[in-house]
Design a protein around this ligand. Structure first.
Ligand code: PMP
Length: 285
């Protein structure tokens, strides 16, 4: 079935949704994006995603043609046009077509692309039993070079780590920062539970400040669980009671081993399960 794609102001059939080969999003990874879920026909944590998109764009000095209000409406319209009740939205803004040279001043017309489609999730078995992690040798981008808080079209840092995970037979890989601290996984944030306290690396560790992460921290506090943003190292994961990942696609998923070493009991733990239930409730409200 052909999808209706939002492309710079219009909904067009996917066959007609094309951008220039001179687009700097393609040539240089110059652009920003968001991945958003739709639950029960509603755009989940809509404002948070729209805000992060505009912050990413501001940080890379990209002027998005739509206002945030227009963008919010465009996302909703694209979801409705494709009859998506439960699905995934990919929202992309590229720098637009320009000359063969990195200078953004020589581009025009940033392109806004919105794709609303179904979503393929991790297999249920991984939610039931938890997933394995390996530590990638590729460190997370130094935040003084390019802040990982920018959700940019240049994902090579994460892709190289992802390949290491795939080579090792895992669906996710742990990325450390230049100090050797735990940052995040290639497409998910990481949490541990130790003595009843929930801990996750702070933004300064060089992470994408995940919207699922922030929602889960809020849910944990509501549940009376102490939450700390704290620098973590691999040792903290090895001695943790529980470990789990969060992300728009993954939601909340237990991680039960790191580099072949069992974390906690080796099974999804009670705090992880509690937060997953609370998160699923949030998606249905
Ligand atoms: N870290 C990275 C590097 C990501 O790409 C993502 C999103 N896939 C996340 C964390 C999770 O962020 P969110 O909860 O906003 O999806």
């Amino acid at each position: 079935m052909s999808l209706q794609i939002y492309l710079s102001g219009k909904l067009v059939p996917q066959e007609q949704a094309t951008v220039s080969v001179f687009d700097h999003g393609l040539l240089y990874g110059d652009g920003v994006f968001e991945g958003i879920r739709v639950y029960g026909g509603k755009v989940f944590l809509e404002k948070q995603h729209i805000d992060r998109l505009y912050e990413s764009a501001l940080s890379i000095r990209l002027q998005i043609p739509e206002t945030p209000e227009q963008m919010t409406q465009a996302v909703r319209d694209t979801v409705a046009a494709n009859n998506i009740t439960d699905g995934y939205v990919r929202l992309v803004v590229t720098r637009g077509a320009g000359t063969l040279g990195i200078d953004p001043a020589r581009t025009a017309n940033p392109q806004t692309i919105i794709i609303a489609d179904s979503i393929s999730l991790y297999p249920q078995e991984l939610y039931d039993n938890g997933l394995a992690l390996v530590t990638a040798s590729t460190i997370r981008n130094h935040s003084a070079a390019l802040s990982p808080r920018i959700k940019s079209l240049n994902y090579l840092n994460n892709i190289m780590a992802k390949i290491e995970g795939t080579d090792a037979g895992t669906v996710e890989a742990l990325m450390l920062n230049h100090k050797g601290e735990v940052a995040e996984c290639t497409g998910d944030n990481i949490f541990i539970v130790k003595d009843g306290v929930l801990k996750t690396p702070p933004p300064e560790a060089g992470i994408l400040e995940g919207i699922t992460r922030n929602a889960v921290m809020g849910l944990a506090r509501e549940a009376g669980i102490e939450v700390q943003e704290a620098a973590l190292v691999r040792h903290d994961i090895f001695v943790a009671d529980e470990c789990f990942l969060t992300g728009t696609a993954a939601e909340v998923i237990a991680a039960v081993s790191l580099d072949g070493r069992t974390i906690g009991t080796g099974r999804p733990g009670p705090v992880t399960q509690n937060l997953l239930v609370r998160f699923r409730e949030l998606t249905q409200t």
